[in-house]
Design a protein around this ligand. Sequence first.
Ligand code: CDT
Length: 311
Amino acid sequence: MSRKMRAAVAQLGPIHRVDSRDAVVRRLVTLLREAHGQGACFVVFPELALTTFFPRWWMTDQAEIDRYFEREMPNTATRPLFEAAKELGIGFYLGYAELTEERGEARHYNTSILVDPAGRIVGRYRKIHLPGHSEHLPQAPFQHLEKRYFDVGNDGFRVWRMMDAVFGMCICNDRRWPETYRVMGLQGVEIVALGYNTPVENIHDREPEHLRMFHHLLSLQAGAYQNAAWVLAAAKCGAEDGFVMIGGSAIVAPTGEIAARALTEGDEVIATTLDLELGDYLRRAVFNFAKHRRIEHYNLITSRTGAKTEV
Ligand code: CDT
């Protein structure tokens, strides 16, 4: 039986520090309507889609930091997005900064949610591979303070069944790590949704700019192919207060081929029809995990974090 689903990725251009949540949500609703107009029943928005990419700014006042976080979801600002989704019958993935309490202590997560076409939150993911640093780097052109502002996610890499397909989620830097996709692949993931904010410049090690886009697409394509899944990746991009991030939002097929790709560095919707059978065929033909994986040789993957040369 052929299983097809039309899905979209909604790329966001820059969000500046002065931009209000209400203004951003109006943009998200416009993109959601456009995705629906293109026939999509699911749309992916970026990481931290409600604010500027604030980890680039050094801040010491916790109240100032917390202004970038959401204490509940939906809330007053985001409710119009949930209502529009319900009205149109379209599901979505949304990234945002989550402030919650665990055992009486404040916790800060870089979070994404999976929302069904009735506007209900059916899944939550908290970013696990937090990049960057926690100390102030005054000489750097900008900061990348995810390790300072966020706790490491504590929900693992899970999957959810929605609209007769198996969905997984990850966020930005997670897409570079093969373990991210494989843990979901082992749970039969068919569609991996992810959002990202990737600066054009790598502040840790100078590298040619073209490699930023190359490594982004390489990661998506390898993750998709090796796990026979569709990968839907949404950028927040362009120059936020002068700090430029890559575009390149893409929909990648389980074959590893790019099925659709954004052309701009602004608000843009791309859509394609996902043939879920394509994943089924690859899971039978090449990546039949049960038949070919050799877990007795994979122990180091979970017992060792850093590389160590012993010869
Ligand atoms: N947001 C995010 O995770 N960005 C990282 C930048 C890495 S360079 C410190 C990324 O992997 O794109």
